[in-house]
Design a protein around this ligand. Structure first.
Ligand code: SAH
Ligand code: SF4
Length: 328
């Protein structure tokens, strides 16, 4: 099924349509990617960031964050532990931390790729040559959200960053053969429903392989501390429409959704999502990786087991394969 921009806007505005929208998204998910849920083991390896995104708790101007950087050999051992626990994808995420040069990251990537795992990077804007080197060392996927396709809003929220460079990154990653993930924040101050419709159409236009959508959550040590948080239901609707339009892609039930609604992850999995990203680094770091407050991560094997029980109760199982697009 395809929707025009006007139809998307109408659906986003009218909550009377939510029931059929969520059930069509769930049906589409079942038909195109099945009942398996892919777990990705997330390692947040540095909270040091040179960027200053106005919404993010890790922005460089936030002096209250205790900054950390996990040593390369420790990143590798977290990855090893995660693979031993059965994870089939490792996600390396960080702020834009210059310490992690091309050479250092290439070494980490090569070591992790010796393990039996797919590897996703989520480390922000880099040069074509960096992206190429990481791909040559075996990185499989890359996540970089466009955040918003509204250029005016993008400029306001991202001092010293350039929307066109963000697009360049997505283009380069695609050209290099990565599975490409992007996504947006829902409920940013001044964001319109029309621009959310544009975001969804953008995902379709670039034929993204993965889309992460989360409500904006105000962080108390950012310029947006007094802003209202994004709506859980609206974020769910953007996600459901994305599933219906892009069909066989991978869509995570995001942590930000669980933070707003205590059952958010499970609800998202029934409205189009098929991926969950438990945290596999230690709690010492997790607390400091505060992009927004009260981040609600799944951690440790007990929580994963409890989560698996919940999944079974909604007819879903944990996948044992790498979980590339299309399950291929
Ligand atoms: N530095 C990398 C990866 C870490 S940030 C990058 O920016 O790509 C990962 C994601 O966290 C961002 O893409 C953004 O969409 C999300 N995020 C940041 N601050 C947030 C907030 N206050 N509420 C909700 N999501 C937020
Ligand atoms: Fe840095 Fe990413 Fe946060 Fe922006 S969103 S400040 S790039 S960690």
């Amino acid at each position: 099924m395809d929707f025009s921009k006007d139809e998307i806007i109408e659906i986003l505005q009218d909550d009377g349509q939510n029931d059929w929208l969520f059930s069509l998204a769930d049906k589409t998910r079942k038909e195109f990617v099945g009942d398996e849920v892919h777990l990705r083991g997330l390692i947040e390896f540095s909270n040091i960031c040179k960027c200053n995104c106005k919404y993010c708790g890790l922005r460089s101007e936030n002096k209250f964050v205790q900054r950390y950087r996990i040593e390369p050999e420790d990143i590798i051992s977290y990855a090893q532990n995660a693979v031993d626990m059965g994870y089939k994808t490792i996600v390396l995420q960080s702020g834009e931390d210059k310490f992690f040069s091309r050479e250092i990251l290439c070494d980490v990537i090569k070591e992790i790729k010796k393990l039996d795992t797919a590897l996703t990077l989520s480390i922000g804007e880099r040069s074509f040559d960096d992206y190429k080197a990481f791909k040559d060392c075996g990185a499989d996927r890359y996540l970089i959200r466009i955040e918003t396709t509204d250029r005016y809003l993008y400029k306001k929220l991202h001092p010293n960053m350039d929307f066109d460079n963000r697009l360049r990154c997505l283009r380069d990653l695609r050209a290099l053969g990565y599975e490409v993930g992007t996504g947006c924040l829902v409920g940013l101050p001044e964001q319109t429903i029309e621009s959310l419709a544009d975001d969804i159409l953008f995902f379709k236009e670039i034929n993204a392989d993965m889309i992460g959508i989360g409500p904006f959550l105000p962080h108390p040590q950012t310029p947006l501390k007094a802003a209202v948080h994004g709506s859980f239901t609206l974020a769910l609707k953007v996600m459901a429409l994305t599933r219906i339009l892009l069909k066989n892609i991978n869509i995570p039930a995001t942590t930000a959704m669980e933070t707003l609604n205590s059952n958010g992850r499970l609800i998202a999995l029934q409205c189009g999502a098929n991926v969950v990203m438990p945290n596999v680094n230690s709690s010492e770091y997790r607390k400091k990786y505060e992009i927004y407050p009260n981040k609600s991560s799944i951690t440790g094997s007990k929580e994963v087991n409890d989560f698996e029980t919940k999944l079974k109760s909604i007819g879903r199982t944990i996948s044992k394969d790498y979980g590339f697009r299309n399950n291929s």
